[in-house]
Write a protein that binds this ligand. Sequence first.
Ligand SMILES: [Zn+2]
Ligand SMILES: [Zn+2]
Length: 299
Amino acid sequence: MKIGDFKLKQRRINKSLVNRQARAYADSNPKLKGVMSLYREVFSVQRKLSQRIPDRLPHLDESQAFKLVEEGETLIDTRELPIDAALAEELMRELAEVLRKKSEAPLEKLEEFLEKELAAEGLRPLIDAFLERDDEKFLGLAEGYSLEPAVLYMLTHLTLAPFMWKAAVAATRKADLDQVPKGRCPVCGDLPIMGFLRSEDGLRVLECSLCGSRWGIPRIICPFCMNVDQGKLKYIFAEGDEKRRAYLCEKCGRYLKVSTAPGERDEEFVIPLEDLATAHLDLAAEEKGYERGCRTVFS
Ligand SMILES: [Zn+2]
Ligand SMILES: [Zn+2]
């Protein structure tokens, strides 16, 4: 059996699956209890509100999708994605409430942001800057708010993700993303949160940190700088747990975590949970002076 014999399956996750797996992670490591329960609540709010985001018809056919992927273009232009700002604002308020309730350190200024600033400015400018991936613009806007820019970024990310999920489901139906040697998501252009090795054949699959799409890439490559020099790519793992690794790239100084899929159905492997459950690898890589490739959801 060789790599590439299987069409890449996209993730299929729902609330009960996330709840079940989050509990299993917390049972296997009680230290994860807090963060697992936080993720469950965040996901639950995202899922609930996402039901009010209209389903999108695939706006492209298979040959168009094939051509876009071949040419290295994304299937979705995030700047053109219609986002209902009122629904997004409602979602952001519910997410903020979850964070406020669950966060150990009280999130300073959250109330002021929600009650005064967000009410006055609306969410549209932040949505636009985020989807244009204009970090400077986003940071410039963030200066006008009392929230920490990192918290504001995280909230915006969590708020926009369900809109991206919906669009990505429509787009990936038309494309086979089994072999896409790209470091950025072929669907929306964002960076991978982490990767896993597919059960059937060990293909390295990355999952997008924003839209959740998956794509297969060669094993020996750094997705952040496309370095293929084996001498400059090494990996670390915790003793006794070699199936979860952080690949460190000496060329760009960033790292990617890659876990072996637990088997059975890869579609049900909840990567954001696995990401939280492997925070010890983030710490170890950061201690060695490496930086996480994508901006994270919770850290
Ligand atoms: Zn994506
Ligand atoms: Zn690199």
